[in-house]
Design a protein. Structure first.
Length: 199
């Protein structure tokens, strides 16, 4: 039987030429990103340990909105996990709802980060003021860029879900989005915890 006969009209291929290749490739990609974030955090800690006063005098506390951002990201990780389960059970309505919810929560996370930035900028805490401010904008900005980058394929996944592309026989794209999203949550939890404890 022709493998292409198993494919839905608009979802792309429902099989892998080499089973597990795409998942392995994604693991390599996440490992590379993990090293990038680890290097950034090590740099942050080196600066922190070499600075006698942290945060410097006159610097405001971390914006309270970052705790809200954390809650949003945890919730979005739960919704994409639920979307994968829904696809495996062929619960199409719930699948679409949870994928769309994940996408909207991702946007809300970015908005909440921008609000946190605006609080600091309103207090005239700019990146060039000192290393404390610079490292804050660097770490949160680096993470935010990767969330935005994840929203693009997530939007494609949501669109395809509304076209009936996913079900028990084809869940790989949702699994991959879940892996990436859970990775972003793990990185954020580590990063935010370090900033709170070090500060």
């Amino acid at each position: 039987m022709d493998k292409t006969a198993l494919e839905p009209a608009d979802s792309g291929r429902k099989y892998e030429e080499i089973k597990g290749a795409s998942t392995f490739g994604l693991w390599l990609f996440l490992a590379a990103l993990g090293m990038l974030f680890a290097a950034s955090l090590i740099g942050y800690l080196v600066i922190r340990l070499r600075t006698p006063e942290w945060p410097p005098a006159g610097m405001p506390a971390l914006p309270v909105g970052l705790y809200f951002s954390t809650f949003i990201l945890i919730l979005s990780s739960l919704t994409i996990h639920g979307a994968l389960d829904s696809a495996r059970q062929d619960r199409q309505g719930l699948l679409r709802l949870l994928l769309l919810g994940t996408f909207l929560l991702g946007i809300l996370f970015i908005v909440s980060q921008l609000v946190a930035w605006s609080v600091l900028l309103g207090a005239q805490v700019y990146a060039q003021v000192n290393l404390y401010a610079f490292t804050f904008y660097l770490l949160t900005g680096l993470h935010g860029v990767h969330v935005i980058g994840g929203l693009i394929p997530l939007a494609v996944t949501v669109t395809k879900a509304y076209r009936g592309a996913y079900g028990p026989e084809w869940t790989l794209p949702i699994k991959h989005m879940g892996m990436y999203w859970h990775f972003l949550l793990a990185v954020w939890l580590v990063m935010f915890s370090v900033m709170v404890i070090a500060g």
